[in-house]
Design a protein around this ligand. Structure first.
Ligand code: GTP
Ligand code: MG
Length: 238
């Protein structure tokens, strides 16, 4: 029934659309309420993104003015739409209620940081996760342990406090930190994955894996070159 409701809710072009059979006024009321709660929830997660983005931007500006070099190449943020939240909740069997969704969907707020070098990835992760008001909940190191398809990135789930007028909300934010080469590979893999869904032709899957090895090799080489050209500021400190 939740799936039917979701489908109906998505198709709804506006008020006054005929309700499909089997969907009661009660269910509609529940879904409308959930939708409103999601709107509120999105605002809070938007604030979470703002808090963490500011931290990243402060680091970037400090680096640019102090070292003339920033380990942060670019930053992109994204907020899950209410539809994606619902879809994910239904897919993983999460109860359709705000507390359950907040606890079980930890990538409602997402920030992707792209760096030039692999060492920068860990360096940024360290600088952020040691900040006193950021709580590191989980780390998944797909650089040390790439996925079978070759996917590499460092994923952190962090929790940041957001101070509202009456309460403090602890918001989880997914951080994906990766090099330009990793990002290049991931965006291509994502496109192919979506194009073929489950039916990826074997030669393409092999091609993707091979490209991941090339990207990793490029990262190694760039790292060695960079060490020759200019020791990074954090290496100076040792
Ligand atoms: P969800 O896929 O979000 O449910 O997360 P998960 O619990 O499986 O976590 P994981 O850390 O493995 O992946 C989180 C995110 O990393 C995904 O939503 C993607 O953005 C990215 N990601 C993970 N694996 C791949 C991959 O093989 N290819 C690409 N392009 N991106 C990936
Ligand atoms: Mg995700």
């Amino acid at each position: 029934v939740d799936r039917e409701l979701l489908a109906w809710l998505r198709a709804e072009p506006g008020a006054g659309t005929a309700t499909p059979d089997g969907i009661t006024d009660d269910m509609l009321a529940r879904f409308r309420a959930l939708r409103d709660e999601f709107q509120q929830l999105r605002m809070i997660y938007r604030f979470g993104i703002d808090e963490v983005s500011t931290k990243i931007d402060i680091l970037r500006q400090e680096f640019e003015s102090t070292y003339d070099y920033s380990p942060i190449e670019h930053v992109r943020t994204r907020l899950k739409s209410p539809d994606s939240m619902l879809t994910k909740a239904l897919r993983q069997g999460t109860e359709l209620a705000v507390p359950a969704i907040r606890a079980e969907i930890r990538d409602i707020a997402g920030i992707r940081i792209t760096c030039s070098f692999v060492s920068d990835v860990y360096w940024i992760a360290e600088m952020l996760s040691t900040q006193a008001d950021l709580r590191l909940l989980t780390t998944k190191d797909y650089i040390a342990h790439p996925k079978p398809n070759g996917y590499r990135s460092l994923h952190l789930i962090v929790e940041v406090p957001v101070f509202l007028s009456r309460t403090v909300e602890h918001v989880t934010v997914e951080l994906q930190i990766r090099t330009i080469a990793m990002d290049f590979w991931a965006s291509m893999e994502h496109k192919l994955h979506y194009k073929y869904r489950a039916e990826m032709p074997p030669h393409l899957a092999a091609e993707i894996e091979d490209a991941a090895r090339l990207a990793a090799d490029l990262d190694d080489r760039m790292g060695r070159l960079r060490d020759e050209v200019r020791p990074s500021p954090h290496q100076h400190d040792d």
